[in-house]
Ligand binder design. Structure first.
Ligand SMILES: C[C@@H]1N[C@@H](c2nc3ccccc3[nH]2)[C@H](O)[C@@H]1O
Length: 449
């Protein structure tokens, strides 16, 4: 291995209680809210065909115009308690909220810049209201922070000249100061979700990113920071020069889900996902396909079945209200989670091979296995292959525990599970399997002879 001073300081998953809590979440909410929400993905009657929160980068939008939008920011219908209650009903266990996106506008009254909500007509501290309202609902709060800051004169995408380095040194101090004040002002924060760290200037700042992470973790012990913050001293991101993940979980799954367990390389990970095809901030027109609650339920299950968390994004309007499509997805997911959350919360990879009927999840620290069924075979029988030397003790419906399903054992670790006659599922359902180990089976067989 390469000798590294600023590579990963830990190999393998974190084993502390704070990370165990993170690993148990299953389902989270992302919220992208800011000045871009005012433009709604359009300008001068033309529709931007990129992600709406990137509209400042569109050649049609003069930077001065965009940067003066803060003078209009006044979300009169913003009701953080309503936001938190919608999230609670949806069944999310944590929320990741944009404190500052790439445009640099701060939703908290930072003392290190004038470009904040304090200087908007709204004036009040939005981050504080979100942190307090979600914490009150029992939902853990994580803060999204974009290192890249288009509004700051000292931001650089690369460090080509001495002047660049002098300016970027000022920028790094500004970044450290803002993050320090965020953690001091909102000490309930459980973690930071970094973004905007792909530029060369940051890849050249590996030592700084390392010391910054250690500083932030000294402010809130147990703080959870993913792999998007760090670079090592050779400019490697996510994995250091030795291929070891730098960060508490892998943050590469943006709008994509791993196909197999091998793809996650034994790391903790989250997948952050948009309801439209792309676009995190509010857009009047959603381009392409919008995901239904059914698809979001399947993605949630898929992520949990591979040991990760699924974080679904909501983009409130400039006035603080959510669009009807997002309210519907939250409600319908919540209705499903109310009945089936045992297969999502506190669950992990079941170490079973994937089968056509759906996904396996396994309760952490327990042998219970859940089958979340999305496709019922024509013959109504679900073929179930379990890990070697593991077989079905009892199979029952999560939503009707007294309904024991008949199972026919094919061999040591394969069985057919018959669905009750007349069962006509209209939404994904969960079968609970109490497993028994091979040694147990042999004992039973000996007892029979
Ligand atoms: C979580 C997401 N990350 C930001 C982002 N910027 C990108 C630039 C290039 C490729 C992907 C990107 N994702 C998006 O604006 C959103 O905040």
């Amino acid at each position: 291995p390469v000798a590294l001073k600023h590579g990963a300081h830990r190999v393998g998953k974190r084993t502390d209680a704070d990370m165990a809590k993170w690993r148990s979440y299953g389902l989270g909410q992302f919220i992208h809210w800011g000045l871009y929400s005012i433009l709604e993905g359009k300008y001068n009657g033309k529709y931007y065909n990129g992600a709406a929160e990137w509209i400042r980068s569109w050649k049609e939008v003069p930077h001065a115009e965009y940067d003066s939008l803060y003078k209009q920011f006044n979300p009169e219908n913003f009701n953080p308690t309503q936001w938190a209650k919608m999230a609670k009903q949806m069944g999310v266990k944590y929320v990741t909220f944009t404190t500052k996106h790439h445009d640099g506008f701060c939703l908290w009254p930072s003392q290190y810049t004038q470009y904040t909500v304090a200087n908007s007509p709204y004036k009040k501290d939005i981050v504080k209201q979100v942190v307090d309202a979600y914490t009150k609902e029992g939902i853990d709060v994580y803060l999204y922070f974009s290192v890249m800051d288009w509004s700051h004169p000292d931001w650089r995408t690369d460090l080509k000249t001495k002047e660049d380095s002098v300016a970027f040194d000022r920028f790094k101090l500004f970044t450290k100061n803002q993050l320090t004040e965020l953690l001091k002002m909102y000490p309930q924060t459980k973690g930071l979700w970094f973004d905007g760290t792909w530029d060369t200037s940051w890849k050249k700042s590996g030592a700084f990113s390392d010391s910054l992470e250690q500083h932030l973790k000294s402010l809130i012990p147990g703080l959870i920071i993913g792999s998007r913050l760090r670079a090592d001293e050779f400019g490697n991101r996510h994995n250091d020069a030795n291929g070891v993940l730098m960060g508490d979980y892998e943050q590469g799954w943006e709008r994509k889900i791993p196909k197999t367990y091998a793809d996650v390389h034994g790391n903790d990970w989250d997948c952050v996902m948009t309801i439209p095809e792309n676009g995190w901030g509010y857009a009047e027109k959603w381009l392409g396909h919008w995901k239904t609650s059914y698809e979001c339920i399947e993605m949630t299950t898929q992520c949990v079945s591979l040991g990760g968390n699924f974080v679904l994004n909501f983009g409130p309007k400039a006035d603080g209200t959510f669009r009807p499509e997002e309210i519907t997805v939250a409600k319908e997911m919540g209705d499903w989670m109310k009945v089936n959350n045992a297969a999502i919360y506190d669950c992990e990879y079941a170490n079973c091979e994937k089968q056509d009927w759906g996904y396996f999840t396994k309760k952490q620290n327990d042998d219970k296995i859940y089958m979340v069924v999305f496709n019922v075979p024509i013959n109504g029988s679900l073929k179930v292959k379990l890990p070697k030397n593991t077989s079905i003790g009892k199979a029952s419906l999560l939503q009707a525990p007294s309904t024991v399903l008949s199972t026919e054992q094919l061999d040591y670790n394969a069985s057919y599970i018959q669905l009750p006659k007349g069962m006509k599922p209209t939404s994904p359902f969960v079968i609970v399997i109490d497993t028994k180990q091979q040694s147990q089976v042999e004992t039973e067989q000996k007892a029979k002879t």
